[in-house]
Design a protein around this ligand. Structure first.
Ligand code: GLU
Length: 463
């Protein structure tokens, strides 16, 4: 069997991390089995679907590297085909026109609720042999007996009795097909072998299976993936932080970190945490997807992001970092070589936003100091230390980490103070915030001229 999977988003917003994870699983399964991955845009809800959202989804998938082999197919371009299938269902007695009014349906519902019965359509028009008239809808004639059995790759066997399902509307009064009908027709026409999707669709599956059977179509294998929760156990939403894939890009995450995070969110392979794309493809199997929902853990995502930043080829990292430097409002033109800077700073940050912020002092002067740090480090007694450093650094010809370190040592010895009393004020003087790699490497990158002038500025500040 040639595996065919799909991602079928409704374009009513950005690409959500939950959607991205479903897409990733479908993609992985296709890649693993040498099958095909298809993108289908389910845009039949014309009021909520937007062009901008389609673009956002395509952009998100591209950023994550989830390439598709066929599509994007748009459901709005397939209305003729849906109509044809609805006609087939009518002709074979699997569907019927229904002219029940809103008022009747509301009354029926109330009655059922009062009798503590689950509200469902009672099949009133089923045997009336009505024709299409103004305001009629078309309903699928669900079997009234028997069970629908789903052997779900994730959930295991799920059995639903047909008595729990009612005759679902497949064409609205305005002639448009409904979700369950379009999905069925597409999964059938597009020859899907595996439907991997969020478990919020599990209750649609028996209905879709019944329609597929009525059409004489082969059934796909289903895998319903548990949803992603926030840290409070509720379904992940904006309240919990970023949920849009592209927001993670803007926040300075690497796509490989997000992908690695998402794959581990409800799938595991022993206790391995880091997976290259190739490893994921080789090791992934839908049957290993967890059955229970998993909670989004930003700390872990940050940890993975740090891992991927640390291991990124410096040249590529520099390219990725430049837009963040630009939006942080400085440029790397007048300052140390960015690659030399990255060699030192690359392993120190969780995100590209942080990285840009950490290296800012190498390229941009400042006239304020972190207030808390300044209070602690800049005292009257610091003055002679900084004066001495300034004088020695002005006179230093060999601007190497070694010589720079030697000056610090020399100051510690001559002024008979602890290392921290020299290193910390010096670090604050040159960075403004007091955070940096070892002081010799930091000053070597910053250069002699800037080092001396910043120590001078700190002296003025204390005075
Ligand atoms: N369009 C549906 C959604 O975005 C997915 C339908 C499906 O995967 O079958 O929730």
């Amino acid at each position: 069997m040639k595996v065919r999977t799909r991602f079928a988003p409704s374009p009513t917003g950005y690409l959500h991390v939950g959607g991205a994870r479903t897409a990733l699983f479908s993609w992985l399964y296709a890649r693993k089995t040498g099958g095909k991955f298809i993108l289908r845009i389910e845009d039949t809800d014309r009021e909520r679907s937007t062009e901008a959202s389609v673009d956002a989804i395509l952009e998100g998938m591209e950023w994550l590297g989830l390439d598709y082999d066929e599509g994007p197919f748009y459901q709005t371009q397939r209305f003729d085909r849906y109509r044809e299938v609805i006609q087939q269902l009518l002709d074979t007695g699997h569907a019927y026109y229904c002219d029940c009014t809103k008022e009747r349906l509301a009354m029926l519902r109330e009655e059922q609720m009062a009798n503590k019965i689950k509200p469902r359509y009672d099949g009133c028009c089923c045997d009336k042999s009505l024709c299409a008239t103004e305001g009629t809808v078309i309903r699928f004639k669900n079997p009234s007996e028997g069970d629908v059995v789903i052997d779900d790759l994730v959930k295991g066997r799920v059995v639903i009795n047909n008595r729990e399902l009612d005759d679902l509307i497949i064409e609205r009064a305005d002639g448009t097909p409904t979700y369950n009908l379009t999905v069925v027709v597409d999964d059938w026409d597009m020859k899907m072998t595996h439907v991997i999707r969020g478990d919020d669709h599990l209750n649609n599956t028996p209905r879709q299976i019944n329609i597929l059977k009525a059409l004489g179509a082969e059934l796909p294998i289903y895998a319903h993936v548990p949803m992603i929760l926030g840290d409070d156990g509720k379904r992940l939403s904006k309240r919990h932080g970023a949920v849009s894939v592209m927001q993670y890009k803007e926040d300075g995450f690497l796509p490989e970190a997000l992908i690695n995070y998402l794959v581990r969110l409800s799938w595991s392979h022993g206790d391995q945490e880091i997976f290259s794309r190739q490893e994921m493809i080789e090791l992934f199997d839908a049957v290993d997807i967890n059955t229970s929902a998993s909670a989004f853990n930003t700390e872990k995502l940050l940890w993975l992001n740090q891992h991927y930043i640390k291991n990124k080829e410096p040249k590529l990292l520099a390219e990725l970092l430049l837009p963040f430097i630009r939006s942080a409002g400085f440029s790397t033109e007048n300052g140390p070589d960015l690659l030399a800077v990255l060699a030192v700073f690359q392993e120190r940050c969780n995100t590209l936003v942080e990285l840009a912020e950490e290296i800012r002092f190498l390229y941009q002067d400042f006239d304020e100091y972190n207030a808390k740090q300044a209070k602690k480090q800049f005292k009257e007694t610091t003055l002679p230390i900084l004066e001495s450093l300034k004088q020695q650094y002005s006179a230093l010809d060999d601007w190497s980490a070694e010589a720079i370190h030697h000056v610090v040592e020399n100051t510690v010895n001559t002024l008979e103070v602890g290392f921290g009393k020299v290193g910390q004020p010096l670090r604050l003087a040159v960075t403004g915030h007091g955070k940096s790699p070892s002081i010799d490497v930091t000053l070597e990158l910053l250069g002699k001229e800037k080092t001396v002038s910043r120590i001078g500025q700190a002296i003025d500040f204390i005075q």
